[in-house]
Design a protein around this ligand. Structure first.
Ligand SMILES: Cc1cc2nc3c(=O)[nH]c(=O)nc-3n(C[C@H](O)[C@H](O)[C@H](O)COP(=O)(O)O)c2cc1C
Length: 410
């Protein structure tokens, strides 16, 4: 963790600042891999617009003299210092060499959950160890929450590959398995296509020459990536890669595309995992019920940040539908478009137990490594605290629909 990173991180006052700094630090094809969505990016924009449409119903003059609002909560029984979980993001090592290790450490320091993507450039054992080390030192320093490390599963290599990944994640000590169900195939990310990049960048001699003009304009990124030997491949075991053989980004992509998960697979995976299983990527009450019937303990209402089916519903109205369908039986998480602490409060008031953030933490990572991720989490934390104080709410757990008004009058 360099002094330069610390200095850059201090320039982040909003998630949008992190986005701007990230755009400057990493080459365009890496930035667009993070920032882009599928096709016309309608769903990606709709996530943000739906959040903006949720108005607060504040209660004035009720909190004088009381201590600051309580931001702690629990998710699946695990205490969190704040209701913001780091969503699984693939190929983070192309954004910064510390990638998921940096994300895990920043989450542990903040007392929240880190979710490791199957598409990681770091071995899952290394990431969970980094999480634990940092959590221990945070604990000694009197941190509030505990959080934990979750593993997100893509069934690379079909059931055989999934079984290997699940066993390995269990052995490594991940507490919760997140099974992503919205990735039947990969959505058309047109910005990536225009760059001519396969996810997110392949540095063989031919592409090096093609990307050279874009890359040399970002010397700091180039220096870091070169020192990391352009280590962008996916390291996890699969039935094709073998336990110790890293998969190239292309091989991982091929296996991913060939291995969509069905609810049958979900039940099969459920039987193999000893802790809680979360279904990520449901958008309707019917699918949420299906997830619970298939053994999920919780669901994440998600459209993959608008990166899959363009035209899929924004996540806030979908959250309302899902909470109405299963909110009395299971915890509901949500992601998509959360950019401020006030957005977290909106989602919680609509019934989410906690939110996940994807782009915000990787903007921080691409902007300034681990300090950048920590800074983004602290910006969100301050924003939640400020919003609750201005609304007159004593805690995140006190939020319900009486604190917000949404366009259809609910
Ligand atoms: C660059 C990038 C890579 C992603 N990779 C994964 C992944 O490997 N697995 C997964 O389940 N979701 C993945 N997602 C989706 C996120 O987990 C999350 O659902 C989404 O980013 C939430 O929207 P937000 O970015 O607006 O917060 C990815 C998202 C981004 C931006």
């Amino acid at each position: 963790m360099g002094v330069g990173e610390e200095r850059r991180a201090r320039r982040i006052h909003t998630v949008d600042d992190a986005r701007r700094l990230a755009r400057r630090r990493v080459p365009a094809m890496v930035f667009d891999y993070i920032d882009g969505g599928a096709e016309s990016e309608r769903t990606m924009r709709a996530n943000v617009e739906a959040l903006a449409a949720v108005e607060f119903v504040p209660r004035m003059a009720v909190t004088a003299g009381t201590p600051g609002p309580d931001l702690t909560t629990t998710v699946l029984g695990t205490p969190l210092a704040l209701p913001v979980i780091l969503a699984p993001v693939g190929f983070t090592r192309s954004m910064d060499p510390a990638g998921d290790v940096a994300g895990a450490r920043a989450a542990a320091a903040a007392g929240t959950v880190f979710t490791l993507s199957t598409m990681s450039g770091h071995p899952m054992e290394e990431v969970v160890a980094a999480y634990r080390d940092r959590a221990v030192s945070a604990d000694r320093a009197g941190a509030e929450g505990r959080g934990g490390a979750w593993f997100q599963l893509y069934a690379l290599g079909g059931r055989r590959g999934a079984e290997q990944l699940v066993e390995r994640a269990q052995e490594a000590g991940y507490s919760t398995l997140v099974v992503t169900v919205d990735t039947q195939i990969v959505g058309s990310r047109e910005r990536d296509l225009r760059h001519g990049a396969s996810i997110p960048i392949r540095l063989d001699p031919r592409t090096m020459v093609r990307f050279a003009p874009k890359v040399v304009a970002h010397p700091r990124w180039l220096f870091d990536a070169a020192r990391d030997r352009f280590h962008f491949e996916i390291v996890h075991a699969s039935s094709l890669g073998g336990p110790d053989q890293p998969l190239s980004a292309d091989d991982a992509l091929i296996q991913w595309v060939l291995s969509p998960v069905t609810w049958d697979d979900f039940e099969w995976i459920r039987r193999r995992w000893k802790g809680p299983v979360v279904a990520k990527g449901v958008l309707t009450g019917a699918d949420a019920r299906r997830a619970l019937d298939s053994g999920a303990e919780a669901v994440v209402v998600s459209n993959h940040g608008g990166r899959q089916l363009d035209g899929a519903p924004a996540t806030m109205p979908a959250l309302v539908e899902v909470v109405d369908a299963i909110g009395d039986r299971a915890e509901v998480l949500v992601d998509g478009g959360i950019r401020r602490g006030s957005d977290v409060v909106r989602a919680l008031a609509l019934g989410a137990r906690a939110v996940m953030v994807g782009r915000p933490w990787v903007y921080g990572l691409a902007a300034a490594g681990e300090p950048g991720v920590s800074r983004v989490l602290s910006v969100l934390r301050t924003g939640i605290d400020r919003t609750l104080r201005l609304m007159g709410s004593p805690s995140v757990q006190a939020l319900d629909r009486s604190w917000v008004r949404v366009p259809d009058g609910r």
